[in-house]
Design a binder for this molecule. Structure first.
Ligand code: UN1
Length: 487
């Protein structure tokens, strides 16, 4: 079945009727697979602001019930939704399924969280006083998501925002609008089953940059959670700051792996194949820089060349395929910009842009090595001294993810220490990509500093309130200040 036929069948199953000016294409063969109407930013912001007034006082565990129902809908629709992710983003079936599983996982996490939005009790310096810290709902949250994780990243944000008491507006990538429509169909089922959620609690606004900007600038949106390129973040961050809104930025990565002499090379090679070539190099956590000790460099590179040559590039729906198409021709051009004639295109499905993952050995980190090119290009550098390897890991503008392969405890601990990796994620004996939802996800420097998903990332979706309560019959002032009218 062609991607267009298969998509049409799936959309019918989800009850999504596609028509409008926004066109979606499958990267599998470049053909049109659906059309959608562009949304209205101001209307969405108004509805969300109104929904907030109700949702913020619904008990958090009841809000969690909505997310629990959404998790059930996602479980039931796991396969068709994953298939749609494959058709519209080009990732292989296994990764599409993983992406939907990530949505289910964050729903489960958020349901538990809905009973654990804890504040602190703080010791007061005054007699008969106590202090507490409460977390209250923040307001409407705008989620801007990217094509490479067309559904999971929305779920990381939406599941938390909803239990935290915040309405959600979703502005998906223009490259993957159909996946978002299918998810919204599931959201509507969950909302119907819940029964009493306010109108406008979860909305989808399709459109291009202008729609995104109108939402980013809207003062009714309390938090803008944006995933995408550093260039996008450079525009969104200051705009939101300019109106004193809150931004959670999840931008580019340029992730490295250090492979030390004691490393298990078999494990390291498998991890490198998945993290450098998986998702056709289009994850923000993709491994882009390999920093290998000179004593094992030749052996590791020759193992990798063999693996990269064997990995099947092709239709992501076919069993055995490990590397699907790039998202579009612009991605191919970007890859060609780095590799020139060395680029190896694969003639897989007419109309799609398929490439073999590339290994490029370099002597220093300069030019394209410092940039995030969203394609499967692995730059290989060699190091002599361990401190040099850490310095190389950190010597790029981005700071998302990093990893080390070593069996030397001193090296791994040094890598994880304050003087080690400067990234938001630092792993030992696994690659930099493929994080679980339980941890906080995000990075430093040009990656934008935001944290989503697990741990205490939920705090970004709430406002903190400090309360001091006097239960005595005196009025002592803080810091012992006396402020009495003289008798
Ligand atoms: C992204 O590429 O934007 O850690 C998110 C990972 C995935 C999420 C990636 N769990 O690779």
């Amino acid at each position: 079945m062609s991607p267009a036929e298969e998509t049409a069948k799936l959309l019918r199953q989800f009850g999504v009727a596609g028509m409008g000016d926004l066109v979606s294409y499958s990267p599998i063969d470049g053909a049109e697979i659906g059309r959608l109407a562009v949304g209205n930013a101001a209307e969405a912001a108004e509805r969300a602001a109104r929904a907030f007034l109700e949702w913020r006082t619904v008990p958090a565990p009841r809000r969690g019930e909505l997310v629990r129902l959404l998790g059930e809908e996602l479980r039931a629709a796991r396969e068709p939704l994953a298939r749609l992710v494959t058709l519209e983003s080009g990732k292989i079936v296994q990764e599409g399924l993983g992406e939907v599983q990530e949505m289910i996982d964050i729903c489960d996490f958020a349901v538990g969280l809905s009973r654990q939005l804890y504040g602190l009790t703080i010791a007061s310096e005054r007699p008969d006083h106590r202090m507490i810290e409460q977390w209250h709902p923040l307001g409407p949250v705008l989620v801007i998501s990217a094509f490479n994780f067309p559904v999971a990243v929305w779920a990381w944000n939406a599941a938390l925002a909803l239990v935290c008491g915040d309405p959600v507006i979703w502005k998906p990538s223009e490259k993957t609008p159909l996946c978002a429509e299918a998810v919204m169909a599931l959201v509507r089922r969950a909302l119907d089953r819940l029964g009493d959620a306010p109108d406008g609690l979860v909305q989808l606004v399709q459109g291009g940059r202008d729609i995104g900007e109108a939402l980013v600038d809207d003062p009714r949106i309390a938090l803008v959670s944006a995933t995408g390129s550093t260039a996008m973040g450079r525009s969104v961050g200051p705009r939101v700051a300019g109106r004193f809104g809150r931004a959670l930025l999840e931008l580019g990565g340029n992730n490295a792996m250090i492979v030390a002499p004691s490393a298990d090379l078999e494990l390291a090679s498998r991890a490198i194949l998945f993290s450098a070539a998986g998702t056709a190099g289009q994850r923000c956590t993709t491994l882009r820089r390999l920093i290998v000790h000179e004593s094992i460099g030749d052996e590791l590179v020759s193992r990798l060349r063999a693996l990269f040559a064997q990995a099947k590039v092709g239709d992501p729906r076919e069993p055995g395929t490990l590397i699907g198409p790039l998202i579009d021709e612009a991605a191919l051009d970007a890859m060609r910009g780095v590799l020139g004639d060395e680029i190896e295109q694969v003639d897989a499905v007419a109309g799609g842009f398929y490439v073999r993952p590339a290994i490029v050995e370099v002597d220093e980190q300069a030019g394209s090595v410092l940039k995030e090119t969203f394609a499967p290009i692995l730059h290989v550098l060699r190091y002599r001294d361990f401190e040099e390897a850490i310095a190389l890991n950190n010597a790029v503008p981005q700071g998302l993810s990093s990893s080390i392969f070593t069996t030397d405890l001193r090296e791994s601990e040094r890598f994880l220490s304050a003087g080690g990796s400067d990234c938001g994620i630092a792993n030992v004996n696994i690659g930099p990509s493929g994080a679980e939802i339980g941890g906080a996800f995000g990075g430093e420097k040009e990656t934008g500093g935001g944290r989503e998903s697990g741990s205490d990332s939920w705090r970004a979706y709430m406002r903190r309130q400090t309360n001091t309560i006097n239960y005595g019959s005196d009025l002592p002032l803080a810091q012992g200040i006396r402020f009495d009218i003289a008798p």
